[in-house]
Design a protein around this ligand. Structure first.
Ligand code: 4AD
Ligand code: MG
Length: 478
């Protein structure tokens, strides 16, 4: 008995007549004979044919959808449709029953809303098991990409004492009990008496700490959870999401754009190679879903075509100023179709604008750079024009912003002045400023939202469906 999972069995050659032992869950049971068994190793079920006469009535009754079973048998060529191999079962044992009247995951199409309410079981479905296997492979590819290029993986803190990023509302971390928080003379909460002796929150980004590593180890990257208490219930926002943040010393914005593009292409090429069966399934799923949409809203490319397109084509690099010109003169702007009309230079871009540029105008991934200073974070390097910063956003079809990054302000005086202008206290970021005092150098980095990458690669419409247990406003179940 050599094989122990379905994926391996289906891949190996010359397998017929061998004895196998498998454990998994029943997906369906037909005609008191055919079990579709899934063990999670692949999207494919293996058909297990039981000997009806030799199997007791009691066992037959317990072969229900969702039950955990163990089987032994011989691999044989299958005459059935849709599979080449089946197991002629000689022994079957029910390991864990599943009451068919109570088990929520029936062999039929369930809505994603229903499955979100059953997130503990939804990974037993084809769609979610495929998404989660792709997610797992993608996260390995992320590490492989950076490790192969001598980046150091840095674990930045999750509890943070500074809100330097200004990337959004934060979740407070405290040990004060209900209504018992001590107050100062002027009536404010006295955080000096809290656990850490200061106000602390869950981090929105590991960037500032990652910079300290780049300025010592040269190349660093984070890959960890980040938290934003934004009250935006969209298909692209989570309150808890995973972010990948590389940071590189002696690299300017052009190098940063090259890195982001190369990195994204690498991880997508990786899963195209490693997740063939899952992507083929997800491709079909999306094609089916698209058919239910009005013609005008359907995507021109299938999922696999989109993934290959990204790997094979250059991303278009466009300055913010050029993008504003394009948007200002665009049809939807003139016809007042944008919810936020673009009237002048300096406007912040909304996802409707990003998606217009990517999906309608350029029809390829776009990197926008050199944004107005006042719509971007304090740490981005000021250009000589005094009004734009060396920022970049990578925009993707169907997603909008997938990456945000910049060349960092490495000049001490310029950074201090910027912080003063924005009311960011120097005492809070003394350590960040130290990097500009001792051996400062040009450096750059970016943040890629991991779930947005998984969304793009799996073709899932809602970000809640690409993370095991989504955290969003009014929802922290499981
Ligand atoms: O553009 P952001 O806010 O950039 C930063 O946090 C920088 N510190 C990154 C850096 O330069 N090291 O976030 C980076 C990316 C976004 O492009 C987006 O893909 C993702 O993080 N993101 C979210 N993903 C899911 N849910 C949310 N609420 C997200 N907010 C940002
Ligand atoms: Mg951003």
């Amino acid at each position: 008995m050599i094989h122990n999972n379905v994926a391996k069995i289906l891949k190996s050659e010359g397998i017929f007549s061998q004895e196998v032992a498998l454990k998994g869950w029943v997906r369906t049971f037909r005609s008191n004979r055919f079990i579709a068994l899934n063990d999670g190793s692949t999207i494919h079920n293996i058909q297990c044919v039981i000997n009806f006469e030799e199997t007791s009535e009691e066992i037959l009754k317990r072969i229900n959808t969702g039950a955990a079973i163990s089987i032994k048998g011989i691999l044989a060529e299958s005459l059935g449709r849709g599979q080449s191999v089946e197991v002629q079962v000689s022994e079957i044992e029910i390991l864990g029953d599943s009451n068919p009247d109570e088990y929520p995951i029936q062999p039929k199409k369930h809505s994603f809303e229903f499955l979100r309410e059953n997130a503990h079981l939804r990974v037993r479905t084809n769609t979610f098991s495929a998404v989660m296997r792709v997610r797992s492979k993608l996260s390995f590819a992320v590490h492989q990409y950076f490790q192969e290029r001598d980046f150091n993986y840095v674990n930045t803190p999750i509890v943070t004492g500074s809100d330097a990023e200004g990337a959004g509302e934060m979740f407070r971390v405290t040990t004060f009990k209900d209504n018992e928080a001590p107050v100062t003379k002027d009536g404010k909460i006295d955080f000096s008496k809290d656990f850490f002796g200061k106000e602390t929150n869950l981090t929105v980004s590991g960037q500032l700490e990652a910079e300290t590593f780049a300025m010592a180890l040269g190349k660093a990257y984070t890959f960890g959870p980040t938290f934003r208490a934004e009250n935006s219930n969209t298909t692209r926002h989570l309150a808890e999401f995973w972010m990948i943040e590389p940071e590189v010393a002696f690299m300017d914005l052009d190098g940063n754009m090259d890195l982001a593009e190369d990195f994204i292409k690498y991880v997508i090429a990786y899963i195209l190679e490693k997740c063939e069966a899952d992507l083929a399934f997800l491709d079909q799923r999306l094609t089916q879903e698209e058919k239910s949409k009005p013609q005008a809203e359907r995507s021109e490319m299938s999922l696999l075509d989109k993934l290959k397109f990204v790997v094979e084509n250059n991303f278009k690099r466009v300055s913010y100023t050029e993008a504003i010109d394009i948007l200002r003169n665009s049809k939807p702007n003139k016809k007042k179709k944008f919810q936020y009309p673009i009237n002048e230079w300096g406007a912040d871009l909304q996802s409707e604008h990003e998606r217009f540029l990517v999906e309608k105008h350029f029809k390829c991934p776009v990197i926008l750079f050199d944004y107005p200073a006042n719509i971007k974070a304090f740490y981005m390097r000021l250009n000589d024009d005094g009004k734009t910063v060396r920022a970049m956003d990578v925009l993707f079809p169907g997603i909008g912003e997938i990456v945000g990054g910049s060349q960092r302000e490495e000049r001490y005086d310029v950074l201090v002045n910027k912080m003063k202008a924005l009311g960011i206290e120097e005492e809070e970021l003394w350590w960040y400023l130290d990097l500009r005092k001792f051996g400062t150098a040009v450096h750059s980095g970016f943040g890629l939202g991991f779930e947005r990458l998984v969304q793009f690669t799996t073709g899932m419409n809602n970000i809640k469906d690409v993370i095991p247990f989504p955290r969003t406003p009014q929802n922290a179940n499981f």
